[in-house]
Write a protein of this length. Structure first.
Length: 255
């Protein structure tokens, strides 16, 4: 009964999300302002969806989030599940960089497009220079972009190796980085220590979305977000060095 009630609540708020996104797209023609309003709609909906998803979010380093009020950043985070989007969007109207593969998903793809996401083709390296220019332009327009440099969601055991290519975005835009670590700490009040527990939260590999979602909303989950200190733009640091620096910082927090 609890699961079905949560499902109805999520479906209702998702319908509101799509209707508002449609109205926004109909009324606003300026691309930058449109993306801003779509990101705000995503934050509003995420805040409403935390409870029916059974998610409780705590934040460490809240003061570091204030840096986004002064200057926009490229935010770099680990990634284990679609719930990461809800958790992070509940804190700030971010614009997410996601894959064209995700855009093709019949459910999540529609959500990402209505949320104002930017897309990258992970399998076509020839498109990378133009993507970096597009993402850097979005940073210059004032958006706070979220990059998941593991390239895909993972099983949550650790933070996998980062792909360095899109770190060039902050260098090209001459913008700072903000590392954010998302950890799922407890499941139904018990510490998450086993892969079986993680698999209830983590969505990765060849997992099918609907069965995973149906299982997940039957639980209570505590997520802890740690916002690290911003990393100022430094022209002497290349993207590999930047990638290694952020990876080491996030890994230290996650483990």
């Amino acid at each position: 009964m609890k699961r079905f009630s949560r499902f109805l609540s999520i479906a209702g708020w998702l319908a509101v999300f799509f209707i508002k996104a449609l109205i926004i797209k109909t009324k606003i023609k300026d691309p930058a302002f449109l993306r801003k309003r779509l990101a705000l709609n995503t934050t509003f909906t995420s805040l409403k969806m935390l409870k029916p998803f059974g998610l409780k979010v705590s934040v460490k380093g809240q003061q570091n989030l204030q840096a986004l009020q002064i200057e926009n950043h490229l935010v770099v985070s680990n990634h284990v599940s679609y719930t990461d989007i809800l958790v992070m969007s509940s804190l700030h109207p971010f614009v997410f960089i996601t894959s064209l593969e995700m855009a093709a998903n019949p459910i999540l793809g529609d959500i990402t497009r209505c949320g104002g996401s930017l897309f990258t083709n992970r399998d076509k390296y020839s498109s990378l220079p133009q993507e970096i220019r597009n993402f850097a332009a979005a940073l210059s327009q004032g958006f706070d972009l979220v990059l998941f440099p593991e390239g895909t969601s993972t099983n949550g055991e650790t933070i996998m190796e980062f792909r360095k290519s899109l770190f060039q975005t902050s260098i090209s835009a001459q913008k700072p980085l903000l590392p954010i670590c998302v950890r799922y700490k407890t499941l139904d009040g018990k510490p998450i220590t086993t892969q079986a527990q993680r698999d209830i939260v983590c969505w990765y590999g060849d997992m099918t979305f609907v069965p995973h979602f149906w299982q997940l909303i039957n639980h209570q989950i505590e997520a802890e977000v740690t916002i690290l200190e911003p990393i100022p733009f430094d022209p002497s640091i290349n993207r590999q060095q930047l990638c290694d620096l952020v990876h080491n910082q996030l890994l230290a927090v996650y483990n």
